[in-house]
Design a protein around this ligand. Structure first.
Ligand code: AMP
Length: 219
């Protein structure tokens, strides 16, 4: 069974991209990139990119394409990403999807599966309301459905958990509208290339992982 390890995860906020990216990267032994987390780290470290990006994250808007494309391009050019990756949070615009293709083409790589996690809006809101995220590794918890073993402590690393500033109702609303505005052309882009794998993201995280692996492994 041939493995096709260049994956992108698509879906609205709260669809489970972050959770699946971590599990898939462990199971497939691939590095994963969480673009939102890269920005949150840059904001915490107060780097120039962080200072610039903060205004967009705070409002739930997308960071300008040029900045994101450069950041992702630099990351994917690193040796560890030569044989595969799980990309979470990119592409989020059609231009990003096109640029990702160009970026990979230059050294003979290409996206092999665009996994779209489809989740109903009420489920998204329910998940984001009590979401907690590890400030070190980005692992995702939910106070009711998947709490950590020790309150506010990550199960996977020594990191502390916190609520994301952009998980408040007004910003969530904005992020969902931004997603609705941008997602259709990206879905069509991958559909035309026969790379789109649509998954019911309303299922449990374990069930979603099984579905994704089935599609990726062609089973
Ligand atoms: P996430 O952690 O994936 O929900 O992303 C958090 C925030 O980071 C988003 O609301 C955007 O402000 C920014 N961001 C993440 N990925 C991208 C991207 N591909 N393009 C533009 N902005 C992004």
């Amino acid at each position: 069974m041939e493995m096709s390890p260049f994956l992108v995860l698509l879906g609205p906020p709260g669809s489970g991209k972050g959770t699946q990216a971590i599990v898939l990267s462990e199971q497939l032994k691939l590095p994963h990139v969480n673009v939102g987390e890269m920005f949150r780290e840059a904001i915490r470290a107060e780097t120039p990119v962080g200072v610039m990006a903060k205004q967009y994250l705070d409002k739930g808007e997308l960071v300008p394409d040029a900045v994101v494309i450069r950041l992702v391009g630099e990351t994917l050019a690193q040796a560890g990403f030569a044989k595969g990756f799980v990309l979470d949070g990119f592409p989020r615009t059609l231009l990003q999807a096109e640029e990702l293709e160009n970026l990979l083409k230059s050294d003979g790589r290409r996206v092999e599966h665009a996994v779209s996690l489809k989740v109903t809006e009420d489920r998204v809101l329910e998940r984001l309301t009590l979401r907690k995220v590890c400030t070190q590794c980005g692992a995702v918890y939910h106070e009711k459905y998947s709490p950590p073993k020790v309150q506010n402590q990550c199960d996977r690393c020594p990191g502390a958990l916190s609520t994301r500033g952009d998980d408040n109702p007004e910003v969530v609303e904005k992020r969902l509208r931004v997603y609705e505005r941008e997602f259709r052309p990206i879905i069509d882009f991958y559909k035309k290339k026969k790379l789109l794998r649509e998954i019911d993201g309303n299922q449990s995280p374990e069930q979603v992982t099984v579905q994704i692996l089935k599609q990726v492994k062609g089973g």
